[in-house]
Design a binder for this molecule. Structure first.
Ligand SMILES: Cc1cc2nc3c(=O)[nH]c(=O)nc-3n(C[C@H](O)[C@H](O)[C@H](O)COP(=O)(O)O)c2cc1C
Length: 220
């Protein structure tokens, strides 16, 4: 597949959550998804156990069912006090960013069924009642692969956004896809499509010094 001309740092800093700029009319070849997943498999896992699985959903009826589940979850999330779209009302810059993000997230929810491919990264095992050290090790053995997938997708002109709200109804999604819920955990749902244009920019983040601690938590 043709690759965009991006330096490593450009790739790392311009892989955004793409929602409104997904090209819903352009089909995505299974081959390019396979290429990105081959790169995902180069990520590290605890003990090299490679506990991952990747569910790729292209079937329109299944995508529609997942979109219905996602929207039901999103409705609940929107009503929650910690809904991201309502945070930072006392900080103008972050407030504007959050409002923009919420608008973009609404668009994604409304169009989810039209997005040609959904990738659902999964892992063997479940973490209910598992000690933090092992739960962290399990999830941290999936997410580097997830990010590798998203970076590889960006390098090929695809856009993705990592989403987790459908996990409120994870069992229902498992039933749609034949995933054995008692043995396999879903980690996310990643809508994937080619992007309209490829000129994405680095995001504005809070200053590093606000979150950096050197040798002691209280240091600045
Ligand atoms: C753990 C996690 C869960 C997320 N869940 C959702 C989600 O359910 N729906 C959604 O639209 N975006 C979701 N996002 C995307 C974030 O909203 C997005 O990363 C954020 O707006 C920052 O945008 P950027 O990635 O372009 O910098 C999630 C991101 C992460 C890391």
């Amino acid at each position: 597949m043709p690759m965009l001309d991006l330096s490593p740092d450009e790739l790392l800093t311009t892989t955004r959550a793409v929602r409104k700029r997904l090209d819903l009319s352009r089909p995505v070849e299974l081959e390019v998804i396979r290429e990105c997943l081959e790169i995902a498999l180069q990520a590290p896992t605890g003990g090299n156990l490679q506990t991952w699985h990747f569910m790729v959903v292209t079937d329109a009826a299944k995508r529609a069912k997942l979109a219905e589940i996602y929207n039901r979850a999103f409705d609940e999330y929107r009503a929650m006090p910690h809904y991201a779209g309502k945070k930072f009302q006392d900080n103008a810059m972050r407030g504007r960013q959050q409002a923009k993000m919420a608008d973009s997230a609404e668009y994604l929810a409304a169009h989810l069924h039209e997005i040609p491919v959904h990738v659902i990264p999964c892992m063997a095992g479940r973490t209910e009642g598992v000690q933090t050290v092992w739960a962290a090790t399990m999830w941290a053995s999936l997410y580097p692969a997830v990010w590798n997938f998203m970076l590889a997708a960006r390098a090929r002109g695809l856009g993705t956004s990592l989403t987790t709200v459908h996990l409120m109804f994870e069992k229902e999604a498992a039933d749609v896809l034949g995933i054995p819920f008692d043995k396999i955990s879903q980690g996310a749902l990643i809508p994937t499509a080619y992007t309209k244009g490829t000129d994405f920019k680095a995001a504005k983040r809070q200053p590093l010094d606000d979150v950096l601690h050197i040798n002691d938590w209280g240091s600045q």
